[in-house]
Design a protein around this ligand. Structure first.
Ligand SMILES: *[C@@H]1O[C@H](CO)[C@@H](O)[C@H](O)[C@H]1NC(C)=O
Ligand SMILES: *[C@@H]1O[C@H](CO)[C@@H](O)[C@H](O)[C@H]1NC(C)=O
Length: 241
């Protein structure tokens, strides 16, 4: 049967609409029960990583649909640890399938003060890489977008980050390119900033992580008072077939 042009267009539109599946709804910070359905506390591997903050559930707050992570100076933690701070990671793992991809969107109020290292990133659920830094702020006044092939093969883009005291929207579009590699489009406040490519990402699971690390790559000393990092309207949508 030969379809009329109008019904062909209708079928294309219906197919595209059906392909989008919400994985994390933009209401996950609206209540503790909505949060618990989507998120776990700390990093997938525990409380410590690559800076001076130890993560603790007490530093994670929810109010009015806003997630607030607070870093607080604390002595007696041992080693080079100087702060208690907050991290959360998704219960879901994100695996780009052949012909598919994801959109991650949200609004972020992130500090660029020396010694503060807020981040919004995807990290390999087992082994490493893949890693996509959908946004990180390394205490320099800039925002950074990075895609790793290996520790020495990384595409990195740093751009100026205006008015860190305001919320800014971030969108990261990840898509299959050739059944093996992915493209990543990074948007800040609705404008495309850069497009990067990751090799061999198809079929590899990643966790979504939101954390406020301190010092490490963001310099030291960090602040002597509390630091906050806030996120709202976070959403993850799958385009996997
Ligand atoms: C949240 O998601 C719903 C359904 O996808 C959408 O209608 C609504 O506009 C979104 N709200 C915000 C603030 O993005
Ligand atoms: C990573 O791999 C992809 C796919 O092969 C490639 O397009 C990209 O240029 C590589 N990145 C770097 C930094 O070499």
């Amino acid at each position: 049967m030969r379809l009329s042009k109008a019904s062909s267009l209708f079928l294309v539109a219906a197919t595209c609409a059906e392909a989008a599946t919400t994985i994390i709804p933009n209401t996950s910070f609206n209540s503790q029960s909505a949060f618990d359905a989507e998120w776990s506390y700390n990093y997938p591997w525990g409380t410590d990583h690559n800076g001076a903050a130890r993560m603790d559930q007490s530093q994670v707050g929810l109010s009015g649909g806003v997630l607030t992570l607070t870093a607080t100076p604390k002595s007696g933690l041992g080693g080079s640890l100087k702060y208690l701070s907050g991290a959360i990671h998704s219960k879901d793992k994100f695996t780009v399938a052949k012909g598919g991809g994801y959109d991650f969107t949200g609004e972020f109020k992130a500090t660029t003060t020396k010694g503060t290292w807020p981040a919004f990133w995807l990290n390999a659920a087992s082994g490493w890489p893949p890693e996509i830094d959908m946004a990180e702020w390394k205490g320099s006044g800039k925002i950074s977008f990075n895609t790793f092939n290996t520790s020495s093969s990384v595409t990195a883009k740093d751009v100026n980050y205006p008015s860190p005291g305001n919320f800014h929207s971030i969108k990261c579009e990840i898509r299959d390119v050739n059944g093996k590699d992915i493209s990543v489009k990074f948007y800040l406040d609705g404008s495309l900033v850069t497009t990067q490519y990751g090799g061999d990402y198809i079929g590899k699971a990643q966790y979504l992580i939101i954390n406020l690390q301190m010092e490490g790559s963001s310099g030291s000393p960090g602040p002597t008072g509390n630091t906050q990092y806030q996120v709202r309207n976070l959403q993850a949508v799958s385009y996997n077939p």
